[in-house]
Design a protein around this ligand. Structure first.
Ligand code: NIG
Ligand code: FE
Length: 413
């Protein structure tokens, strides 16, 4: 039996007897224990409490790690990434510096189509190796669970290739991985004027093949002007739902696309991005069980207005934070940056940001029973910070690496 006892934890954050999706004022409550212990056994959280109760703990042969002065948080739950890709796109980064917009770059064959071209010629083994490095990188940055999308294949073979890479990551990964099928990321050039033809390819060829190999957990679509309309998004998601894939969609990034309303009507698990929101979209989301996943580093990288986090929280919407790690709009999977940016630019309180990036992120990928909080029986994926004066110091000291150690499945990583 493998066990580890953390002692003298200055602050143990995210302690919950039971978890629930947080919204409204509850998002600002991050329960903590000062001067705490935490016992990990067989990869899971076994017990926790104040140091003064440690004597009551039954005899254990656990290895003791005294982390006096340091803080423990549940690991980040990054519920939206595209971390399987074949090549970086810093040439487009230069185009953007010269003034081209994301939509303009996409219109001239860059963007998603650029990544799709690169994927075509990259063997599965190479894709896996590159993605594996990125996965290692984000784990070291504190990510303890991640969702990964396809969407750079855009052909039956290409999408299957990406999803098989994600499945291999799932099998090899020490952290939970969820897969979303994003065949509806953009129309491939040969279907530019034949939307129904591509939708047919998705629904009649890709989905059955994906289902046969059980390659996806969720269905995604980029609901956006110039990409997939609300009606097209609904048709694709409805087809996915017939195969048991719940929608998690890209909505309201560049325009009021109707993506939020479409996602809510389909009972999507989440609608993600939300840079472009009006009162109707905010109200619609607030009155639903769909999670609004905010991707501030994508807004930052594309020089877009940040997501209206305050208006969403105050209206009562359940929100999560994620990195959107991808080569075009967020070439970073650093959740510490995401948390910091959400406080600095979106006026989220540190407690709200941590909850949105942990427990609500866990809900946004169906992992609420094993991730997102310090709860007995949950997976012991944790961040041990360097000594910090307070929780607020973590987002405040942006750019400083405050992670001292990572614990994955109850062991030092
Ligand atoms: O979430 N917006 C659509 N998809 C990605 C970007 C994909 C890309 O540019 O490669 C996003 O931002
Ligand atoms: Fe995305």
């Amino acid at each position: 039996m493998h066990s580890l006892l953390l002692t003298n934890i200055q602050q143990l954050f995210g302690v919950r007897e039971q978890s629930r999706l947080l919204r409204g004022k509850d998002l600002a409550i991050l329960p903590e224990i000062n001067q705490a212990y935490l016992l990990l056994e067989n990869g899971l959280i076994k017990a926790y409490g104040p140091m003064s109760d440690l004597a009551e703990l039954p005899e254990t042969d656990a290895k003791v790690l005294n982390i006096s002065g340091q803080t423990v948080l549940p690991a980040w739950c990054d519920s939206h990434t595209h971390l399987v890709f074949a090549a970086s796109r810093e040439n487009e980064f230069i185009d953007k510096i010269h003034g081209l917009s994301y939509a303009a770059i996409a219109a001239k064959g860059g963007g998603i189509l650029n990544s799709a071209e690169k994927i075509k010629n990259t063997p599965e083994t190479v894709l896996f190796e590159q993605a594996w490095q990125r996965l290692q990188e984000i784990i070291r940055l504190g990510t303890g669970a991640v969702e990964i999308k396809s969407g750079y294949g855009l052909t039956v073979e290409g999408e299957l290739k990406m999803l098989r890479v994600i499945r291999k990551l799932k099998e090899a990964s020490p952290i939970p991985v969820k897969a979303s099928f994003l065949g509806a990321h953009t129309y491939p050039p040969e279907y530019k004027n034949d939307h129904q033809g591509y939708i047919k390819l998705i629904t009649e060829e890709m989905l059955p093949a994906i289902s046969r190999e059980n390659l996806a957990d969720y269905i995604d679509a980029f609901c956006e002007e110039g990409f997939f309309s609300a009606e097209e998004t609904a048709a694709i998601c409805t087809a996915g739902m017939r195969y048991g894939l719940r929608p998690k969609i890209h909505a309201n990034q560049l325009h009021l696309s109707g993506g939020v309303q479409t996602g809510v009507a389909l009972k999507a698990l989440s609608v993600d991005h939300l840079e472009t929101m009006d009162e109707a979209a905010i109200q619609c989301l607030a009155e639903s069980d769909t999670i609004g996943t905010l991707l501030p580093t994508a807004a930052y990288f594309l020089r877009m207005p940040f997501q209206p986090a305050r208006a969403l929280i105050d209206a009562g919407a359940a929100i999560a934070l994620a990195s959107d790690y991808n080569p075009g709009s967020s070439p970073s999977g650093n959740m510490n940056t995401v948390v910091s940016m959400s406080c600095i630019q979106m006026k989220m309180l540190p407690e709200e940001a941590v909850n949105a990036a942990t427990i609500n992120g866990a809900y946004a990928m169906g992992l609420e029973h094993e991730m997102g909080s310090i709860t007995v029986g949950k997976r012991a994926n944790l961040i041990i910070t360097k000594p910090v004066p307070s929780l607020a110091y973590i987002p405040y000291a942006f750019g400083t690496n405050l992670i001292d150690k990572i614990i994955i499945n109850g062991a030092l990583y």
